[in-house]
Write a protein that binds this ligand. Structure first.
Ligand SMILES: [Zn+2]
Length: 298
């Protein structure tokens, strides 16, 4: 098998086994950079050439370069390894599987830099999964977003508003409180922000509890994340997905029941090649309901 095809298959297998799963343990004795926390959900596996990256829902990225004989193996729980443990560079265990990277020259972790930082630079927001989290501080940090043209979905991912949310639970939290994810923060009342923060606490702490045997697949707990095209379990509408923000991270939501403080209608982007040259026709087209819906759906 050509090398390129081999790594493509490896990435596909890792994606199937890991994406949407919470990490039970991470071993990387010589990994440069921060360690992913147990319980964080793996969001993405991607490769470019011989480089294979795994991304967690809190923005942590594990970067491996498989030049010169590096390889990822995937084992079912209890299965014997085909290489000695001493050659392991990284081991990631989720329910049912352990992914092991052997012999990679480069194994490092880093966090995505977000250029759209919160205006109140400085310390991180409260960790909402912790017992004594200062929820008022998270609400106040959200309030400071008023002046910015940011949606609640973007603000919720800012570590200076709150730690521990991550991309998977961002979608879940906003679904749980029926909040439209693209609502500008400036449209939200303080009570809306309090509702979002208290829901975040509930969702994140529920995730820390161990899974029971009849709930072995962590993805079965998710209401919207990864479920685009499926029916919403609350209202039956079809779950949508779009990429938002600087890193084009996936946001899932239900347009049927997440309607609280929906965004202001935005001018529809009109494709100049398709546009009727007459201004009145353009205005008419931009106001058609399906055009506006296109804008929201990206
Ligand atoms: Zn719904």
């Amino acid at each position: 098998m050509p090398e390129g095809e081999a790594i493509h298959r490896t990435a596909a297998a890792l994606r199937t086994a890991l994406v949407g799963r919470a990490v039970l343990s991470f071993e990387g004795p010589h990994v440069d950079g921060p360690m992913p926390a147990p319980g964080r959900v793996i969001e993405l596996v991607e490769h470019r050439g011989k480089q294979l990256d795994i991304r967690w829902d809190d923005g942590l990225i594990l970067h491996t370069n498989l030049l010169f004989g590096g390889a990822w193996h995937l084992y079912r729980t209890g299965e014997g390894w085909r290489k000695p443990m001493s050659q392991m560079r990284v081991g990631i265990t989720v329910d049912d599987f352990t992914a092991v990277c052997f012999g990679a020259r480069v194994v490092e972790t880093y966090r995505e830099f977000d250029a759209h930082r919160h205006p109140g630079f400085g310390r991180s927001g409260p960790d909402l999964s912790a017992e004594a989290a200062d929820l008022g501080a998270a609400v106040e940090a959200l309030c400071r977003y008023d002046a910015l043209d940011a949606s609640i979905a973007e603000a919720l991912l800012d570590q200076q508003v709150a730690c521990g949310v991550g991309n998977v639970y961002r979608s879940e939290i906003l679904w749980a409180c029926q909040q439209h994810p693209l609502a500008p923060v400036s449209m939200l009342a303080k009570s809306d922000m309090e509702r979002v923060v208290s829901t975040a606490v509930r969702v994140l702490r529920a995730n820390l509890k161990p899974t029971s045997t009849d709930d072995a697949d962590p993805r079965s707990r998710l209401a919207v994340y990864g479920r685009n095209g499926q029916r919403c379990r609350r209202c039956g509408d079809t779950i949508e997905v779009r990429r938002i923000g600087e890193h084009a991270r996936l946001l899932y939501w239900c347009p049927g029941c997440q309607v609280r403080r929906g965004p202001r209608p935005v001018p529809a982007p009109i494709d100049q090649r398709e546009m009727d040259p007459h201004p009145a026709a353009a205005k008419f087209l931009s106001e058609l309901p399906w055009r506006r819906r296109d804008t929201l759906a990206g």
